[in-house]
Design a protein around this ligand. Structure first.
Ligand SMILES: Nc1ncnc2c1ncn2[C@@H]1O[C@H](COP(=O)(O)OP(=O)(O)OP(=O)(O)O)[C@@H](O)[C@H]1O
Ligand SMILES: [Mg+2]
Length: 414
């Protein structure tokens, strides 16, 4: 059985989705489709097309709390695809296997498909079909299973999995720093990217609640964030896959992301700890590497301390990133000492150093006092320039990330 997708859209689009392995729950009239979709608990996603009106938007907004909502055209909540979108992009967003030529077939805001062998009007194909209807097609489950990476799979329900002891968090790295702007988010992203290059499913969790985080670097907006988890969504709904980032207009990266709350969703910084712990407990069981970008550290009472403490207690590693500034190094020393009181898995990285006098790893390690340093990276203007162009992965930081993964023994292909 293929993924079950709710559709507000024309019958021609329903047929196209069925041909690509979906089972589709829909009806000819949008309100009827909305009613049918609302009653289903088993949908892996909902696709909405056509003009939005206030009632349908409110309906779709409520749906985003329990399933993935993908919209063609403006005015809808959820993940909005710019239209016309390619049928290939739509398949990627819905977890369907595209057909040859789908990159040339375009889906309009009204749900019509145009392009090779796919030209149809919104009403095309619906003549004589009863409404409401549920279209089903067997035999696509294997494809669907292959397309869902390990970190996104829902909870195992067999008895064996239920009785197994929880996995230690030894595949988790917290990335912290004693001041802002030292390259924490860049390094987190490169750790995950290098791990993926080595054949490991990796995810980056943005726990550095505040502006300018992972979503900013990936240039993505309008997709699920950890705030949706706080609002009642399931964890797998807030793990944003690479396809979803790309379809939402973001940069091409190989890893999954859990994005921090938008600025207008931030409440008490401390209130996020339990929410992040839930997300991490989910990912730890599914990903080969989970990298957590944490808030800037200045004392054990800082936002994020509770989360890091939980992580270290469960066996996670702590990576302390610093620049050469007095504030950066003092803060990094404090964080490293606090971490070392809890675990041996504390490592440092020096970033953005003046390239004329790079210290050796030993010298750099001595200056951090309680942690050895895995990489010393110079300032390179092209890191900033390329990131500003949307080319996030840079060879310099890739090298640094590689050294860190080797040093913590993570990120080797399995
Ligand atoms: N080695 C480097 N050389 C030059 N620029 C760098 C280097 N590493 C990171 N940068 C730049 O430094 C800036 C800060 O990087 P980043 O956002 O990753 O830091 P951060 O520690 O996460 O910051 P914040 O505390 O604001 O979250 C970015 O513009 C990035 O492109
Ligand atoms: Mg950051």
């Amino acid at each position: 059985m293929g993924p079950i997708i709710g559709l507000v859209g024309p019958a021609s689009l329903a047929s196209a989705l069925v041909e690509r392995g979906a089972q589709v729950v829909t009806a000819e009239v949008p309100r009827d489709a909305a009613r049918l979709i609302r009653e289903r608990e088993d949908l892996s996603g909902v696709l909405v097309t056509g003009p939005s009106d206030a009632a349908l938007v409110a309906w779709a907004k409520a749906l985003t709390l329990r399933t993935r909502v993908i919209a063609a055209g403006d005015g809808w909540p959820g993940q909005v695809l710019g239209t016309p979108a390619t049928l290939e992009a739509l398949c990627a967003a819905l977890g369907l296997e595209p057909q040859t030529g789908d990159s040339d077939r375009l889906v309009g805001a009204d749900g019509s498909i145009s392009g090779p062998e796919g030209t149809s009007s919104p009403g095309g194909g619906s003549a004589g079909e009863p409404a409401p209807r549920v279209v089903e097609q067997d035999g696509a489950s294997a494809v669907r299973a292959r397309r869902v990476p390990s970190w996104a799979r829902p909870e195992e329900t067999d008895a064996g999995a239920r009785t197994a002891a929880p996995r230690p968090w030894d595949n988790v790295v917290f990335v912290g720093s004693g001041r802002g702007g030292v390259g924490r988010t860049h390094l987190a992203v490169h750790l995950a990217a290098v791990a993926c290059e080595r054949g490991v499913d990796a995810a980056v969790v943005d726990a550095s609640v505040g502006p300018g985080g992972l979503a900013h670097l990936l240039r993505v907006g309008g997709v699920s964030t950890v705030a949706d988890l706080a609002a009642g969504a399931e964890v797998e709904q807030v793990v944003v896959g690479p396809d979803e980032v790309r379809v939402a207009g973001g940069v091409r990266v190989p890893f999954a992301s859990v994005l921090g709350p938008d600025a207008d969703q931030v409440k008490e910084p401390g209130s996020w700890t339990a929410v992040y712990e839930r997300a991490l407990a989910h990912l730890v069981e599914r990903a080969g590497l989970v990298v957590v970008d944490t808030p800037v550290w200045w004392s054990p009472s800082c936002p994020g301390a509770g989360l890091i403490e939980t992580g270290l207690r469960h066996g996670a590693a702590l990576l302390v990133v610093t620049d050469a500034s007095r504030e950066g190094v003092t803060g990094a020393r404090g964080l490293a000492a606090w971490g070392r009181a809890r675990t041996h898995h504390v490592l440092g990285v020096y970033n953005t150093l003046p390239s004329r006098r790079l210290p050796s790893l030993d010298e750099a390690g001595r200056s951090l006092e309680t942690a050895s340093v895995a990489a010393v990276l110079p300032y390179d203007e092209t890191v900033r320039l390329r990131a500003a162009r949307g080319e996030v992965i840079h060879p310099l930081l890739r090298l640094g990330a590689s050294q860190v993964l080797d040093a913590v023994g993570l990120g080797a292909g399995r």
